[in-house]
Design a protein around this ligand. Structure first.
Ligand SMILES: Cc1cc2nc3c(=O)[nH]c(=O)nc-3n(C[C@H](O)[C@H](O)[C@H](O)COP(=O)(O)OP(=O)(O)OC[C@H]3O[C@@H](n4cnc5c(N)ncnc54)[C@H](O)[C@@H]3O)c2cc1C
Length: 450
């Protein structure tokens, strides 16, 4: 049986980083992936979707020229440019040769196949056993979760993978799910001329964030021609002459050429063989401690841990595992300042707790906010959105914040530092905020804390 120091099952952003770094440090590392080294983010997630967002934002920006700057020539959206960029610049036509060579160039061994733990220090890849002297890192990610709606299998629905690979957009689409992915993709498609209908079961978009953000985003999307149905569930999916019909209530049917399912992501810890080290078969996520250990010699990182389905979480956890394997000192994992950005226009950046979470967890909470149009830069820019800060009034530190607005994800940086480092609100109030920036709105939001 072949023996290595460490095996990494699933080479997503975090797994790839662990595998490369440990191989570089001289360990014998076996990297395993049944698809593409790099995972969802570069091939079907963050990077291609943000290429779409960049293109769609340019179209919207061009539309703002007449009211602010003059006359443009005719702007004709052309999806083939986006599709080509994704194919050629982002994904190398979904070819991971460069990523595999980067890993093997550092001394790692790569096996393409499906891996699973079979016990402490043991894995199988497509039935071939391997022994590991130091352990196994599980980074198997998530896949699109498709709800069991009656009839859904009778239509060719899209997930994020299909839209990322699409050479052409449909004339119309129903998007099931108004979370971050569904909202970003809806706005992109609408800006490329697609008639978009969102069907969302929750009563606001971006369900995990402060409701104000979802409500403001709904207005923005509707102003761009997107139809948004909130608080309704898709009850049945049928084929239709135009493509797809989705029944959303008695006598209520929406139709479109395509259906895009964006109803969340599903981890499958059982498929990774985690039951062989004591994880219950029905666990939704891989349970980890603050060193990302499932048990001695087994670590899990990334979406499969349920700590936040973001590339930055996967990379953060990867660094913790690298230190743990190499026996280096370092802080344990903490998720109290988890940043999240939805790359709609305006962007929605958020960190830490929402107001509701804070009120449920803490006895005394104060909240302050400012509307972006009411700030100098927001008014000049004709921006929309708000900055909201949530304070634990007993300790006098921010425990959460939302920055919705132009460059909201960048404004978030300052708020993330404040929440992460538990900087006293008094200190934040004594700072000088550059004029006229979007982040200067933080000062106004802090001033309104009550
Ligand atoms: C449309 C979209 C947009 C997104 N945008 C952002 C964004 O803007 N910012 C952000 O931070 N995050 C974003 N994400 C989330 C981000 O892609 C993930 O959080 C990120 O990829 C980290 O995931 P991971 O490391 O857990 O593994 P993944 O990237 O999911 O990779 C897991 C890897 O494991 C492999 N694998 C799975 N099971 C096995 C097995 N048994 N054997 C071998 N190999 C296996 C898979 O083939 C895959 O390569 C987006 C996701 C989507 C879908």
């Amino acid at each position: 049986m072949e023996t290595y120091d460490i095996a990494v099952i699933g080479m997503g952003p975090g797994g790839g980083h662990v595998a490369e770094t440990l191989a570089e440090s001289g360990l014998a590392v076996l990297g395993v992936d049944h698809l593409l080294v790099g995972g969802e983010c570069p091939y079907w997630g963050c990077i291609p979707s943000k290429m779409m967002v960049r293109a769609a934002d340019l179209l919207a920006e061009a539309g703002r020229v007449p009211s602010l700057a003059g006359t443009t020539g005719e702007v004709i959206p052309d999806w083939s440019i986006v599709a080509r960029r994704i194919r050629e610049e982002a994904t190398d036509t979904w070819d991971d040769t460069a990523a595999v060579e980067r890993f093997t160039g550092k001394g790692g061994t790569f096996v393409r196949g499906t891996g699973r733990l079979t016990g402490p220090g043991r894995i199988e890849v497509d039935g071939v056993p391997y022994a590991l002297t130091r352990g196994v890192v599980v980074n198997t990610g998530t896949s699109a979760s498709v709800p069991p709606i009656e009839g859904i299998d009778t239509v060719e629905y899209w997930t994020n993978r299909d839209i990322v690979e699409a050479e052409e957009l449909p004339a119309s689409v129903i998007v099931l799910g108004g979370g971050a992915i569904g909202s970003e993709l809806s706005q992109v498609m609408a800006r490329f001329g697609v008639r978009v209908t969102i069907v969302e079961a929750a009563d606001h978009l971006l369900g995990v964030e402060d409701p104000e953000a979802g409500e403001a985003l709904k207005e923005v999307l509707e102003a761009e021609g997107v139809t948004v149905h909130l608080g309704v569930r898709a009850r049945r999916v049928e084929r239709d002459d135009d493509g797809v019909a989705v029944v959303i209530g008695p006598g209520r049917v929406v139709t479109a050429e395509r259906l895009l399912v964006a109803t969340g992501r599903r981890a499958d810890p059982a498929a990774a063989g985690l039951a062989s080290v004591g994880v219950p078969d029905d666990a939704r996520f891989a349970p980890i401690d603050d060193h990302c250990r499932v048990t001695d010699g087994v670590w899990a990182i990334g979406d499969v841990t349920g700590k936040g389905a973001f590339t930055h979480v996967s990379m953060y956890q990867a660094n913790i595992v690298i230190r743990d394997v190499l026996g280096e000192e370092g802080p344990p994992a903490s998720y109290h300042a988890l940043p999240r950005v939805t790359f709609t226009d305006p962007e929605v950046g958020a960190v830490g707790m929402t107001e509701r979470q804070a009120r449920e967890a803490l006895p005394h909470v104060r909240v302050g906010s400012v509307q972006i149009p009411g700030t100098t830069r927001g008014w000049i820019h004709r921006g929309e959105g708000f900055i909201k800060v949530v304070e634990d009034a007993e300790s006098g530190v921010l425990v959460g914040a939302t920055a919705m607005g132009p460059s909201g994800g960048e404004v978030l940086g300052a708020l993330a530092v404040a929440v992460h480092a538990r900087i006293p609100v008094d200190t934040l109030r004594s700072m000088i905020y550059a004029y006229p920036t979007f982040h200067r709105g933080i000062e106004a939001a802090l001033a309104s804390l009550r």
